[in-house]
Design a protein around this ligand. Structure first.
Ligand code: NDP
Ligand code: OXD
Length: 312
């Protein structure tokens, strides 16, 4: 019988996920991680989100670990994670559509001046802004994976000029492609609204820094929905104060929850959301993980296996 251990941050959350997996696949056994005081389950599969380190020291028969999120940065940073244990991440699972809504909201709010209408309403002021020209708002998407590709596709469909930046070449109709370090400067200098959807890896940490962000076109706008460690927060604050960046919509932060005294909270040119751009949807995630465990049990290779060398 197929057996899996589930550990999803808190005891309540773990129980909720365990029950959802059990309902989806009654013939398998899903166990909540019960701490290292209990006997090892000798489970071949672990299903986790921010698990305790002891899980990997205690469950030594694991053949694969499934991450209940798209980003695997915090999991890969755990020294206890065995180096050759396959890590499988969520691929889209309903998150790309949410991510696209979030980005489109930020883009349209900035480009159509809805922030200015909100301010005008506060003063009971009736003032129509001129129609925009979308060509004045070129969008650049960093990371053209499960999330970034869908964002680029929809934004291009809305008529904004779009470019993507990735490690390898990605062809997509209506989307310009820039590749690797060699293509970064050209990508940034044609972009006004920069959307970050990169995974956090040693190569991408601090990539949203003064040097890179100051390459954006005049009136630049940043939408960071990937990880807080991509952004050098003080550099963004400096660029906002200098007027070289017009505004930012930020969903992720170096420290989460964002501390109450952080300057981002109090700026009119920054929108803060609490890491909700794309929330893991339980039913879609359960269906994807169960499907992949069934495949592995039948000897069929699965997609979404993380390349431990590149970190995503
Ligand atoms: P994918 O792994 O599918 O895509 C990653 C993309 O980034 C690929 O296009 C890849 O290039 C590119 N990339 C990776 N490293 C580099 C590099 N050094 N230089 C240039 N391009 C690079 O990831 P997802 O789209 O599924 O997710 C992206 C991130 O979004 C997650 O890692 C997570 O941090 C974040 N996220 C945030 C959420 C939120 O609520 N805020 C929710 C879900 C995810 P190539 O195509 O060549 O491999
Ligand atoms: C993810 C996230 O990586 O929610 O899935 O941030």
């Amino acid at each position: 019988m197929v057996k899996a251990v589930v550990a999803a941050q808190s005891a309540d959350n773990t129980q909720r996920w365990r029950e959802a997996f059990q309902r989806a696949w009654p013939e398998a056994q899903f166990h909540a991680w019960a701490g290292r005081g209990s006997p090892s389950l000798d489970a071949p599969y672990a299903i986790v989100w921010r698990p305790p380190a002891e899980l990997f020291l205690h469950e030594t028969a694991l053949k694969a670990v499934f991450n209940l999120g798209a980003g695997v940065d915090s999991l890969l940073q755990m020294p206890e994670l065995p180096p050759s244990l396959p890590v499988v991440r969520l691929e889209d699972a309903g998150m790309a559509a949410q991510m696209t809504e979030y980005v489109v909201y930020g883009l349209v709010r900035a480009s159509r001046g809805f922030d200015r209408y909100e301010a005008a309403q506060g003063n009971a002021r009736w003032r129509q802004l001129p129609a925009i020209c979308r060509d004045d708002w070129p969008v650049g998407v960093m990371g053209m994976g499960a999330m970034g590709a869908e964002v680029a596709r929809v934004v291009a469909r809305l008529g904004y000029p779009v470019a993507g930046w990735s490690r390898s070449a990605r062809r997509m109709a209506g989307v310009e492609n820039h590749v690797g370090q060699a293509g970064l400067a050209a990508f940034l200098s044609r972009t006004r609204v920069l959307v970050n959807l990169l995974p956090l890896t040693p190569d991408t940490e601090n990539i949203l820094n003064y040097r890179n962000l100051s390459r954006l076109l005049a009136g630049g706008y940043l939408i960071n929905v990937a990880r807080g460690q991509h952004l050098v927060e003080d550099d963004l604050l400096t660029l906002l104060d200098e007027g070289r960046i017009a505004g930012a919509m930020l969903d992720v932060f170096r420290s989460e929850p964002l501390p109450s005294d952080h300057p981002f909270w109090h700026r009119r040119d920054v929108i803060v959301t609490p890491h909700v751009a794309a929330i893991t949807l339980q039913s879609a995630a359960v269906a994807q993980v169960v499907g992949k465990i069934r495949d592995l049990e039948r000897g069929v290779a699965v997609s979404g296996v993380v390349d431990r060398d590149s970190g995503y």
